[in-house]
Design a protein around this ligand. Structure first.
Ligand SMILES: [Zn+2]
Length: 170
């Protein structure tokens, strides 16, 4: 199992990062293979419980890996200063400091506020190979990370507005 995990990490790192353009100390995008078993998250809620506590839009994205339509979410164009938290469990995920205008229609960040805040899974759905980003604490689907962001990270965390709750900093 450990061998498989290591192989996944290596292959994904190669496919998702450009080693010649990403500094060694930047965040490595790795597959957290434990995530798929949902045992690395600290919140154990049944599907029914999630359905009751989330709005239909939040449930669709966080629990059913849905995607909101571009330019429709409440945060894609927000320039306010503050913290973006998980709509499922309130865990801090991203700060406005790392947000940038990617013109893709979803809130985009160059890094999570803490590398331990999110988990990564290889996603081969819809005929594409992408890296899914989930909340480390509750396992909720947030969006995907791509390697076409601005330097120095060159990463673009493309996150659904409805997966997050914004806490404005005065
Ligand atoms: Zn969460």
């Amino acid at each position: 199992m450990r061998m498989i995990t290591a192989a996944l990490i290596i292959s994904l790192s190669i496919s998702c990062l450009q080693p010649d353009t990403v500094p060694a100390d930047s965040v490595a995008v790795v597959v957290d293979s434990t995530k798929t078993k949902m045992d690395s998250t600290s919140i154990a809620k049944s599907d029914e419980e999630w359905r009751k506590t989330l709005t239909p839009e939040q449930y669709y994205i966080l629990r059913q890996k849905g995607t909101e339509r571009p330019y429709t979410g409440k945060y894609w164009n927000s320039k306010e200063t503050g913290l973006y938290k998980c709509a499922g469990c309130q865990a801090p995920l991203f700060t406005s400091d790392q947000k940038f205008d990617s013109h893709c229609g979803w809130p985009s960040f160059s890094l999570p506020w803490d590398s331990a805040a999110v988990a990564y899974t290889r996603d081969t759905s819809h005929g594409m190979i992408r890296t899914e980003v989930t909340c480390k604490k509750c396992g909720g689907h947030l969006g995907h990370v791509f390697d076409d962001g601005p330097p120095p990270t060159n990463l673009r965390y493309c996150i659904n507005s409805d997966a997050m709750i914004f806490e404005k900093k005065e």
